[in-house]
Design a protein around this ligand. Structure first.
Ligand SMILES: Nc1nc(=O)c2c([nH]1)NC[C@@H]1CN(c3ccc(C(=O)N[C@@H](CCC(=O)O)C(=O)O)cc3)C=[N+]21
Length: 364
């Protein structure tokens, strides 16, 4: 035994590893984009395999479907939950107007002609009007420069009647998101994408000024549907800065055990099948099959994927990431698309804008 230990020791101490050192030093240098790939991992895009390449699971045998009928899933009504939140925001806005004669103001920056973005921005403006929040939109053509957008952000930063600034994403390819989002002042970052807001959310003993609207919407939908979060296994599909990342951080603060599934995850369905709560934010229609879900799981479908359809009023319709009809046979509760997370996300934007105004007027 002693001889073996001494042999092992010798190997551990003396084995020279020139190749390891070389790899460390050469790849630790900042790469093309200034990233330290060795420390932060290689910069690879999240490209999901096409769901059409996964064959649908076989239909359950008829005897089993009778048993399934006992489980009647709850359809979580995002529209009515959003309505509750919006009316309480509207009430607080009235009180603010009454007590200090001020109302919250939101500025939205919209770049390009994406029909879905235009439609979301219209919904946000309408929701502001209904809550008594003033709003304005700065629109830019697809081929505008970064400087033009940054200038708009800067002038909104300086405008005391604007308490919240939202840059509608995605921005065109040639525009650097970080440059634009980094220009928004911390106190007006109602989307919660500022690195300091994200960092404070990530650190347990700190408080971010704002938390991303979609992340808040997911938690609000769970809480208002009496779904227990503490200690539960939550699988989050997607790790974007808009949804996946902030939602994973927020749910950890609610003491969930969080697993993150992304485009490089091997056998993602093995992880989602263990989850009590599945939150899908991959942006891939039909990615999540019924076979990916544990019996009785709660599903929050954040996917709002526009599908071209010339028959529809706006030329497209929205569908989620989850195969809804398949999921209905398995889950205990699920959010539909539309009518689930989307409306609550907008309600959260109003709530964040109200908080920004309270912050500006020293009311919080
Ligand atoms: N800076 C930024 N912040 C965002 O919060 C943000 C963004 N960029 N870019 C795009 C995503 C997407 N998003 C939605 C909000 C509402 C609905 C919504 O209200 N949907 C309705 C249906 C709307 C319709 O039918 O067109 C529903 O699901 O019932 C959808 C999607 C916010 N996002």
């Amino acid at each position: 035994m002693r001889a073996l230990l001494s042999k092992l020791n010798k190997e551990l101490v003396w084995t020279p590893r020139p190749i390891v050192f070389k790899a460390f030093f050469s790849s630790n240098r900042a790469g093309k984009n200034g990233r330290k790939d060795y420390i932060l991992g290689p910069d690879l895009p999240d490209l999901w395999p096409s769901p059409t390449s996964t064959p649908p699971p076989p239909p359950p045998p008829p005897s089993q479907s009778k048993v399934d009928e006992k489980l009647v899933p709850t359809i979580i009504d995002g529209r009515s939950i959003a309505e509750e939140i919006r009316s309480s925001v509207a009430e607080e806005v009235r009180q603010m107007k009454y007590s200090i004669d001020k109302v919250p103001g939101l500025a939205v920056i919209l770049v390009g002609q994406r029909r879905d973005s235009q439609s979301y921005v219209r919904s946000k403006i309408k929701a502001c009007q209904e809550a008594g929040i003033t709003s304005q939109v700065a629109e830019f053509p697809e081929d505008c420069t970064e400087d033009e957008i940054v200038n708009a952000v800067t002038s909104f930063n300086e405008d005391p009647s604007v308490h919240g600034i939202l840059v509608q994403l995605p921005l065109p390819q040639h525009v650097d998101d970080e440059k634009i989002l980094g220009a928004i002042s911390l106190e007006k970052d109602v989307d919660g994408f500022h690195p300091l807001n994200v960092g404070n959310l990530a650190m347990n003993d700190r408080e971010p000024l704002f938390v991303s609207c979609s992340a808040r919407a997911c938690v609000e939908l769970l809480l208002r549907s009496d779904v227990k979060i503490i200690g539960k296994n939550v699988a989050i599909i997607g790790r974007s800065k808009v949804v996946g990342l902030p939602t994973s951080l927020l749910l950890q603060r609610h003491h969930a055990t969080v697993s993150i599934v992304h485009a490089f995850t091997e056998n993602p369905e093995d992880i989602t099948r263990e989850a009590d709560i599945v939150i899908s934010a991959a942006g891939v229609p039909g990615l999540v099959r019924g076979s990916w879900l544990k019996k009785g799981a709660v599903v929050i479908d954040v996917g709002t994927n526009p599908i071209e359809d010339p028959e529809r009023k706006h030329g497209y319709f929205l569908t989620g990431d989850v195969c809804y009809l398949e999921a209905l046979r398995v889950v205990s509760a699920i959010t539909p698309v539309p009518g689930g997370v989307g409306p609550v996300t907008i309600a959260m934007l109003l709530s964040n804008t109200l908080d920004a105004a309270k912050l500006a007027y020293g009311l919080s």
